[in-house]
Each structure stands twice: as C-alpha cells, then as structure tokens.
Design a protein around this ligand. Structure first.
Ligand SMILES: C[S@@+](CC[C@H](N)C(=O)[O-])C[C@H]1O[C@@H](n2cnc3c(N)ncnc32)[C@H](O)[C@@H]1O
Length: 267
C-alpha cells in the first residue's frame, strides 16, 4: 500500500485503522492468521482481506469500520516511542515551513514519526524528507514503518546525533525542522543544510519545537518556531547569539485552542 495514496481493496500487509468510535480507533497491519481483540469481540485479520476500505465489519457484539490510514489518523493511533506532534501543531508547522510537493525537508529527531508522515504527504511525489534520530531503535522502527506504509521512497532515515555531528548535508534543504531538547546547538549545521538561496535570500526556514507554544520567527538568515513554556524571546536570542546566528525579527504565534459547545435552545 501507499499510505498517502488512497486504494480501495484491503490486502495482506496493509495498515488499516479500525474505527469503533471517535475515541476508540486502532491501527493494525493485516496478517493472515492473526486476531485483534476489540470492545466488540475478536476480529480475524483474514476477514478484512478483499473487502473495501470504508466497509462495515460485523464483530460478535457490534460493528467497526475499516478506515484507510492518513497522516492524521496515524498521529492519533501510532505506537508512542516519544512525545509527538499532533495535527494542530503539525498544520501550523507545515504552513510556516511553506511545504509543498517537491520540497526537500530536513527533520530531527524522528521520534515516533508523527510529523514525518505529515511532511511526506505534503512534499510527495517529488520531494524528499531527510530525518535524523540519535536513538538507534527509534530510527530503525521509523524506517520499518515507512517501508510498511509504502512511503520509504520519499524519506531517508539517518541514525545520527545532529547536535554533536551535524546533519552531514549542505545546500540541499528548502526547510529544516528541529524537535530536540537543545535545538540551538544544531542551528549552525541546520543553516548549512539549507539551500544557499533559501538561507540568504528568502530568509526561510528553520522551525524549532520546544516544550511550549511560543512560535518565533526571524527573517534574515533563519526562521524558527519554538513552542516552550520556559522559552522566552530573551532565552532564544541568547542561545542564538551564543552560536553566532543573526536575526532581525521575532514573531510569536500563540495557539488559542477553544472548544465549541452546541446546544438546542427554544426562543
Ligand atoms: C519529541 S521527539 C520528536 C517527535 C517527533 N517530532 C514526532 O512528531 O513524532 C524528540 C526526538 O529527538 C531525538 N533526539 C534528541 N536529541 C537528538 C540529537 N542530538 N540528534 C538526533 N536526535 C535527537 C530523541 O531521541 C527523540 O526521539
């Protein structure tokens, strides 16, 4: 299967999202002979082979729906190996990095691959993602998932510490995104990874994610996004200054997440 291109019929080895309810979904890889236990009873994987994505499947105590995977559904169903980026943040990152089909993107760390799947969908079929992860098992598992999901041709996974060893690539990327504990350490090398004209003329684009929701931009040499409760402009400026990164402009974007409640009223 190709995770990012819709297909109709479920086959052996496909990833299927089993939808039992809005808060009850599971991602499985179909393997003949295996059984998956749901709230509505057991489901034999072989019962899925040959039916359509979107079909209803009757289980002993209720039914489920077989959804085709998307990056958004994968984000809420993937096996967590780390903290991950969710779709609200991913949509902002994708927009700020100006991703489009054909973009070449550098990302670190790969983590659980949540952001990677979304990046790949945005840049395919002619773009490429270079993703770097210093935890060997996480790097290997992400590579395996990209293979199973049929998107490995759009991504290169490297097992590497980008803070100590850099990215090892120069003048290739349209955008860089860092989701690391100390992203500023990797900034000089991230800047090298950017295409020269991107870094010098367009002033784009390095995103940094920390653990808060402060989004910072700089528009001469580097732009970056930073989401960190403890990350103030001063701190970011200080760190950048320390590594000789120039900037002229900082922009902060704060997400205001609001729930809309609907109710019926008689007037
Ligand atoms: C928060 S997770 C990234 C989650 C990812 N954005 C996602 O959406 O699934 C941070 C990852 O960065 C990796 N990491 C931390 N320091 C690193 C470094 N110096 N070089 C490469 N990877 C690093 C960690 O092992 C971890 O897997």
């Amino acid at each position: 299967m190709n995770f990012c291109k819709y297909k109709e019929i479920i086959e052996e080895g496909d990833t299927v999202i089993l939808y039992l309810g809005f808060n009850n979904m599971h991602a499985i890889t179909v393997k003949t002979g295996e059984t998956f236990q749901t709230r509505y009873g057991a489901l034999r994987h072989s019962d899925l082979i040959g039916i359509k994505f979107g079909d209803k499947v009757q289980c002993p105590k209720g039914y489920l729906i077989t959804l085709h995977p998307t990056p958004e559904l994968w984000t809420v169903n993937l096996p967590h190996r780390t903290q991950i980026l969710y779709t609200t943040d991913i949509s902002l990152v994708t927009m700020q990095l100006d991703l489009r089909p054909g973009s070449i993107v550098v990302e670190s760390g790969t983590g659980s691959g949540s952001l990677s799947h979304a990046i790949i969908r945005s840049i395919m079929p002619i773009g490429h993602l270079y993703t770097f992860e210093f935890h060997s098992q996480r790097a290997a598992l992400a590579e395996q998932e990209f293979q199973i999901h049929g998107i490995s041709q759009y991504v290169t996974v490297a097992h590497r510490d980008v803070c100590s060893d850099g990215f090892g690539i120069e003048n290739v990327a349209d955008a860089v995104f860092l989701d690391l504990p100390c992203p500023w350490v990797a900034l000089p090398s991230a800047k090298k990874a950017l295409k020269q004209q991107v870094s010098d003329i367009l002033g784009a684009i390095i995103g940094i994610l920390e653990h808060s929701r402060l989004l910072v931009h700089q528009d001469i040499h580097v732009c970056w996004n930073s989401f960190g409760t403890f990350c103030t402009f001063g701190l970011v400026k200080g760190h950048l200054g320390l590594f000789g990164i120039e900037f002229t402009f900082l922009r902060k974007i704060v997400f205001l997440f609001s729930m809309h409640r609907t109710s019926t009223k008689n007037m």
